[in-house]
Design a protein around this ligand. Structure first.
Ligand code: PLP
Length: 461
C-alpha cells in the first residue's frame, strides 16, 4: 500500500476525531459566522498533486485555502433560495451513509433497500399520502419532477396505445403540459425528457396570485377535445408560496383525461402545521408528487423523494435491463429499476435518522417556528416605509421590494451580503425586481428574524 494511505489507515481513529473536531468548530461558530463569504477565492492550483500530504495535511490545506469561502448556508440567517440546514441526527445519518458506503441500487448483500422502503413509508405518512403512493429517493426536486414527468409521459403513451419507453417520445405526437406558475425545473425536465420546453402552456393564474385559475385550466383542458395531457400543479411557488387548489384540479379528471403531477418541493411540509395544512388538501389525489428533503426536512444535500401511484409505469421507464442486474419483480422492483441512477447513495439514512430522532412532532415544530419567523419579518417590513410586501406571507417566504425604487434591489442585496449578517436572493415578480427571504432552517428563531430585519433596515439607508 502507498505509504500515505497505509499511514492514514493505521491512524484512522485519530483522523476521524480530527475531522469531527473540524466540523465541530465550524458548526459551533455558524450562528456568528459571516453568512455570505467575503473576498476572493484562492488562485487555482494547477496540476493534480503528484504526491499527497495525508488527511491531516489535506485538512490543514483546506482550512488555509478554501474554508473562508464556505457560506453560512447551514446556519440560521441564510434566507436565499429555499435552503435547509442539517439537524444533528440528519448530519449523523449522512456521515454514517458515507462511512457505510452502501450502494442503494439493489440488495447486494445488505438491507439498504428495506431501510429505504421503511423511510419512504414514514415520509408518505408525513406528507399525508395514502398507501397507493410508492416512492424512491432522488437527488433533489429537479430530479423528482423529472421522474414524475417521465412516468406521466409513459402514461400518455398508455392512453394513446404506444409504449414511449420502447418507441420514443415522437410516437406520442404533440404533448400539452399545463401549469399556472411552474418552477423552472419543470421546463428543464421537459427538455431532458424530449417533450420539449415549448410544450409547457402557461394557464392564467388568479388575479394577483401565483395559483392557477381552475376555471381557466378546465377551459384549456376542454380545448384539447379529449386528448390526454399533463397538468403540473404547484404546492408552494418559490416567489410567493402560493398553492393551487389541488382538490379542485384533481376533480377535473372526472371530465378530462390528464396526469396530475404536484410539485410540492417545500410546500409539502405545510401539512405539518395545523394553521397551514389546508393549503395541501388533496395532495394524495395526485398521480405523482415531488418533495425536497434538503430544504425543510433539514437533511444535508442532496436528497428528495418522488411518489407515484403507478410504479408499473415507472418501472417501464427506468427498467435497467441486464442479466447481471436481475429482473424487476412486480411487487418490489430494485431501486435501480425506478430512478435515473443505477448505483446510488443510501440517501434514506439521513432522513431515517432525522425522523427517528425527532419524530413527526419535532419536524412539525421546525415548520411552525420557521413559518412564524417569516410572519414576523413580513410584519416588520410591512411596517417600515422603505419596503413594500408584494404578497401576503402565506407560509415561509417573504417577498418584498424597495418602496421607492425597485430597480435598486441588486445594490441593496449586495449591501446586505457585504454586511454578513444575512443573505437573501433576488427574483422578479410580475415584472417588478424583488427580494425573497425564505425560512427553512431548523436553527432559525424569532431573534434571528429580528436580526434580519435590523440588517435589512440598516442596508436600505
Ligand atoms: C427548489 C425547488 C425545485 C428544485 O429543487 P432542487 O432540489 O434544487 O432540484 C423545484 N420546485 C420547487 C417548487 C422548488 O422550490
Amino acid at each position: 500500500m502507498e505509504p500515505l494511505l497505509a499511514a492514514d489507515l493505521a491512524a484512522l481513529s485519530g483522523l476521524l476525531t480530527s475531522t469531527k473536531d473540524h466540523a465541530d468548530r465550524f458548526l459551533n461558530g455558524i450562528g456568528e459566522r459571516r453568512v455570505a463569504a467575503a473576498g476572493a477565492p484562492p488562485v487555482r492550483a494547477e496540476g493534480a498533486p503528484a504526491r499527497g500530504v495525508g488527511l491531516e495535511g489535506a485538512l490543514a490545506r483546506f482550512a488555509g485555502r478554501w474554508e473562508a469561502g464556505v457560506s453560512g448556508s447551514a446556519g440560521p440567517r441564510y434566507l436565499g433560495f429555499v435552503t435547509g440546514g442539517a439537524t444533528p441526527a440528519a448530519l449523523a445519518g449522512d456521515w454514517l451513509t458515507a462511512a457505510y458506503d452502501q450502494n442503494g441500487s439493489s440488495g447486494g448483500g445488505s438491507w439498504a433497500a428495506q431501510l429505504e422502503e421503511e423511510t419512504l413509508g414514514w415520509l408518505r405518512e408525513l406528507f399525508g399520502l395514502g398507501e397507493a403512493h410508492q416512492g424512491a429517493f432522488v437527488s433533489g426536486a429537479t430530479a423528482s419532477n423529472t421522474v414524475g414527468l417521465a412516468i406521466a409521459r409513459e402514461w400518455l403513451g398508455e392512453r394513446l396505445g404506444v409504449r414511449v419507453s420502447q418507441q420514443g417520445v415522437a410516437a406520442l405526437g404533440p404533448v400539452e403540459v399545463l401549469s399556472g406558475s411552474p418552477h423552472s425545473s419543470v421546463g428543464k425536465a421537459l427538455s431532458v425528457l424530449g417533450i420539449g420546453r415549448g410544450s409547457l402552456r402557461r394557464v392564467p393564474v388568479l388575479p394577483g396570485r401565483e395559483a392557477v385559475d381552475a376555471a381557466a385550466l378546465e377551459e384549456s383542458l376542454a380545448a384539447l377535445g379529449g386528448r390526454p395531457a399533463i397538468v403540473v400543479a404547484n404546492a408552494g411557488t418559490v416567489n410567493t408560496v402560493d398553492f393551487d387548489d389541488l382538490a379542485a384540479i384533481a376533480a377535473l379528471r372526472e371530465r378530462h383525461p390528464f396526469w396530475l403531477h404536484v410539485d410540492a418541493a417545500f410546500g409539502g411540509f405545510a401539512g405539518l402545521s395545523p394553521a397551514h395544512a389546508h393549503l395541501v388538501r388533496g395532495l394524495d389525489l395526485a398521480d405523482s408528487v415531488c418533495v425536497d428533503l434538503h430544504k425543510w426536512l433539514n437533511v444535508p444535500y442532496d436528497s428528495a423523494v418522488q411518489f407515484t401511484r403507478r410504479r408499473d409505469l415507472q418501472t417501464a421507464v427506468f427498467h435497467n435491463a441486464s442479466p447481471y442486474l436481475g429482473e424487476p419483480t412486480a411487487a418490489h422492483p430494485d431501486f435501480l429499476h425506478l430512478t435515473p441512477e443505477n448505483s446510488r447513495r443510501l440517501r434514506a439514512l439521513a432522513a431515517w435518522f432525522a425522523l427517528t430522532a425527532y419524530g413527526v412532532a419535532g419536524h412539525a415544530e421546525i415548520v411552525v417556528r420557521t413559518a412564524h419567523c417569516a410572519e414576523l419579518l413580513g410584519a416588520g417590513l410591512d411596517a417600515h416605509p422603505a419596503f413594500r410586501l408584494l404578497a401576503p406571507v402565506r407560509l415561509n417566504v417573504v417577498c418584498f421590494t424597495l418602496a421607492d425604487d425597485p430597480s435598486r434591489v441588486p445594490e441593496f442585496l449586495d449591501a446586505v451580503a457585504a454586511a454578513g449578517e444575512t443573505y437573501l436572493t433576488a427574483t422578479v415578480l410580475d415584472g417588478v425586481s424583488a427580494v425573497r427571504a425564505a425560512f427553512s432552517n431548523w436553527r432559525t428563531t424569532p431573534e434571528d428574524a429580528a436580526r434580519v430585519l435590523a440588517a435589512l433596515t440598516a442596508a436600505v439607508r
